[in-house]
Design a protein around this ligand. Structure first.
Ligand SMILES: Cc1cc2nc3c(=O)[nH]c(=O)nc-3n(C[C@H](O)[C@H](O)[C@H](O)COP(=O)(O)O)c2cc1C
Length: 178
């Protein structure tokens, strides 16, 4: 089995979650590539059995850098042809993970970003197993991190958040390893 972790992070929250996933996979002695989304990143999903795709929520959706990556990747994948339906890859599973601050409306502020990423994965032909949401401090907005709808998130993702991510990763791996 081979895993891929693709993520984008500006303030480090999503990176922390990505690193926790990576560490957990390493501990199981399973092969994993971890890649940060950059302007020109091109990635072929074919070699992977399990793909983790992570991003923060910016105004309820992934940031522009992630949206551009998604659009570029889908376009390349389709070779200029718009298929009817999304052809399924043979046994490629995936998880979308999102970090968010939820200052204004709470947990729901992450949901659309997670759903957006999950739709990308599904359009790429992956089976989406789950969407994971982790609160993360709002970089540069102390008031928002202390007094928003999620309460005090100034230290998050914290140890407990990371423990949960590791537990969920182990659960997914246990379900997929032959
Ligand atoms: C420009 C900007 C817009 C944001 N918009 C939202 C938002 O709409 N909803 C939300 O819950 N969090 C929002 N956040 C908070 C981030 O989603 C949150 O802090 C996330 O964990 C940052 O991830 P990172 O540290 O990996 O970059 C925003 C942060 C920034 C910088």
């Amino acid at each position: 089995m081979k895993c891929l972790i693709l993520f984008w992070s500006s303030g480090g929250n999503t990176q922390k979650v990505a690193q926790a996933i990576e560490k957990t996979i390493n501990e199981q002695h399973i092969e994993v590539d971890t890649l940060r989304i950059t302007e020109h990143l091109e990635i072929n999903f074919d070699p992977y059995d399990l793909i983790f795709f992570g991003s923060p929520s910016y105004q309820w959706i992934p940031p522009e850098e992630v949206q551009h990556f998604i659009k570029r990747t889908l376009k390349r994948e389709r070779h200029g042809v718009r298929p009817l339906g999304a052809p399924k890859r043979h046994r490629t599973f995936s998880i979308a993970f999102c970090t968010y601050s939820g200052v204004h409306t709470g947990e729901r502020e992450g949901w659309t970003a997670g759903a957006y990423m999950a739709q990308f994965l599904e359009h790429m032909g992956c089976f989406v197993l789950d969407q994971w949401y982790t609160p993360g401090k709002f970089q540069g907005w102390e008031e928002g991190s202390l007094y928003g709808k999620m309460g005090d998130i100034s230290q998050r993702p914290n140890e407990e958040d990371i423990r949960i991510i590791k537990m969920k990763t182990n659960e997914v791996l246990a379900g997929l390893v032959d």
